[in-house]
Design a protein around this ligand. Structure first.
Ligand SMILES: [Zn+2]
Length: 260
């Protein structure tokens, strides 16, 4: 499930926010995207990950929960759904990055019950230390009026996980070298200040989103082919709206934190 389902009307920039100051980072050697649920990464930064992968970046995924509540069917088997959604995430990751696909990790927390506690922070820090991404991407935990707790906690885990991963005295029990990424990009940003041109990668983003077949009915409001096409058009419109202030035909926008 995505907090910022692209069909929902939303201002291009929150009130009081200056026009983003930066755009189009240099392609990193590797990136790690941290999402609360299977599909969040594709919604949040799928176009950018596809763009970077096409330029040689290795793309890793970390999904914090099992997605076992991502259905409107009250009789659904949560265990089966969780397994299905892991498979869907692997397909989506492959569609985004092709032969530049890295690892797809799952923390396996129960959907809706993610906590940004010390133990979970340590697990995220361990993944960052093991995969050593140059850039980390995640949910903005400070987005105002965000309801879904998993999205808040996943955002905090990305931020706090970086701090723990970069400092050698945190989680010494990991027994592996600390690692400081160069940059953090937060999607669904409360105050976006960075845009990435994804004009050439909207189709790939949609193809990756389409891997999440279990989410067609609930998250994407797409119970048939016509509705799925309409979902795709809503995503295109949203990315077009985001790109317009930057003279981009389609953009994904972020809060960029480059002083880590
Ligand atoms: Zn979600």
């Amino acid at each position: 499930m995505a907090a910022n389902e692209p069909g929902q009307p939303a201002p291009v920039m929150p009130a009081g926010t200056a026009t983003p100051a930066t755009s189009d980072l240099d392609t990193p050697t590797s990136a790690l995207a941290i999402g609360a649920h299977p599909d969040d990464v594709e919604f949040g930064c799928g176009g950018l990950l596809a763009k970077w992968a096409a330029d040689g970046c290795i793309v890793h995924h970390l999904v914090c929960t099992d997605g076992s509540k991502g259905t409107w069917d009250p009789d659904a088997d949560g265990v089966a759904l969780a397994a299905r959604r892991q498979d869907e995430q692997r397909v989506a990751a492959r569609r985004l990055a092709g032969d530049r696909s890295g690892e797809v990790r799952f923390l396996g927390r129960v959907d809706g019950e993610l906590e940004s506690d010390l133990a979970t922070r340590g697990e995220v820090a361990r993944v960052i230390r093991e995969l050593r991404p140059q850039v980390v991407l995640g949910h903005d935990p400070w987005k105002r009026y965000r309801l879904h707790p998993d999205h808040r906690h996943a955002g905090l885990l990305a931020c706090d996980g970086i701090v723990a991963a970069r400092d050698p005295h945190f989680f010494k029990d990991h027994g592996i070298a600390h690692h400081r990424p160069d940059a953090l990009l937060l999607w669904e940003a409360d105050q976006p200040d960075h845009a990435e041109d994804v004009t050439a990668f909207v189709d790939v983003k949609l193809w990756a989103l389409a891997a999440h077949v279990s989410q067609f009915e609930s998250t994407m409001k797409a119970a048939d082919d016509d509705q799925l096409a309409a979902f795709g058009q809503r995503v295109r419109n949203r990315l077009g709206d985001l790109g317009r202030p930057f003279d981009m035909d389609a953009a994904e926008v972020f809060k960029l934190i480059a002083d880590l």
